[in-house]
Design a protein around this ligand. Sequence first.
Ligand SMILES: Nc1nc2c(c(=O)[nH]1)N[C@H]1C(S)=C(S)[C@@H](COP(=O)(O)O)O[C@H]1N2
Ligand SMILES: [Mo]
Length: 313
Amino acid sequence: PAPATPKGADLRIRGISPFITPTDAFYRVDTALVVPKVDATAWRLRIHGLGVGEALSLSYDDLLRRDLVERDITLTCVSNEVGGPYVGNARWIGVPLAALLAECGVRAPSEGGPADQLVSRSVDGMTIGSPVEDVMDGRDALLALGMNGRPLPFEHGFPARTVVPGLYGYVSACKWIEDIELTTFDAYDAYWVKRDWAREAPVKTQSRIDTPKPFARPRAGTVMVAGVAWAQNRGIDKVEVRVDDGDWQEARLAAEDSRDTWRQWSFAWQATKGSHTLTVRATDRTGTVQTEKRTRTVPDGAGGWHSVVVTVE
Ligand SMILES: Nc1nc2c(c(=O)[nH]1)N[C@H]1C(S)=C(S)[C@@H](COP(=O)(O)O)O[C@H]1N2
Ligand SMILES: [Mo]
């Protein structure tokens, strides 16, 4: 099991996203018109391709018999607009993916391996291509079997899915996975890449105001402004809030769980009567400040600052 989340990771402010997203509230994004209901007793996962010695075929029981780890990882969709809802944080249980690949003879490109793309295929025909380098660089890439202490629900990929901290879901998080092929980016474009999304898509440093909501009418006085910020695999270092065109003011950060999870933040605003615009920006642990430049979700994720307009009464 993962250690308990640190005290103080959850600020328990009214209206803020809970640190761990309950499974039934976790966003869902996929192309499935009907959720695949895979029979785990008949299911197998194949691992094959460039640099793999002998192709491997694993059953659900084979995976359950291995050493499993539990990790808190925040997952984000590339189609999430600034301030949008397609981000969630869960406790995943799974097989460390890098170790499993290494057993099959796979080496990262930087170690001389011939494959730079790992293509995951699902039972419903989705293909998702991840950089082999990222999957094997020491981060907690998982072949996940469980979510928030339970087997994966059908909606989130039962019996198994991948989760790779720091990469948008469409290049990392294949649900209902049944095949892993080692290949190259030159040789193959995955499903969304064929439809104009980027080949490689690390998650952008982002932050969101959860409360107050847009067009809220709080009373003058102390108003708690709060939300979440994420930069998976890099970690969040700082969050700042700006009221109208004022100076950036540092928000209070909740305790850090890991650099793969989002962080809650809060700011006690002394609100004065009238209409005000609240804006948030985050800085990650590499020193990168969330960019002001508004960009669309296509091709590699929305950029820009989230702001909310409220009227203080
Ligand atoms: N089989 C399959 N896996 C998939 C997808 C899909 O359409 N089909 N969508 C991907 C996208 S775009 C995202 S953001 C994540 C979302 O995972 P969730 O639905 O568990 O939140 O799953 C990824 N895995
Ligand atoms: Mo996505």
